[in-house]
Design a protein around this ligand. Structure first.
Ligand SMILES: [Zn+2]
Length: 88
């Protein structure tokens, strides 16, 4: 009768702006995409999959990296499933 909730630590957090479900990415993937001078802080990074959202990546701590802080990336939000997976 006790529902097992301990696996909830694996639940992927939602984007703090659009509340869409994210996709986990490695920090190094994010570091490779941000413009010079943008700090990449945090442990776990998630990709916001909402194309209209200004957020590109976010952390569990609600920090965000905006689309405008990224080097132009043709893979983001358009066919990244086949292209970006090699980076994850
Ligand atoms: Zn979003």
């Amino acid at each position: 009768m006790i529902i097992e909730l301990t696996t909830n630590s694996k639940v992927i957090p939602a984007c703090p702006i659009c509340h869409g479900i994210g996709q986990k990415v490695r920090k190094i993937t994010v570091e490779h995409q941000v413009k010079e001078g943008i700090k990449v802080e945090g442990e776990e990074f998630y990709l916001c999959k909402t194309s209209q959202c200004d957020v590109a990546y976010f952390t569990q701590g609600q920090k965000t990296i905006l689309q405008e802080q990224l080097i132009k990336n043709p893979y983001l939000h358009s066919g990244y499933n086949s292209s970006l997976n090699t980076l994850i």
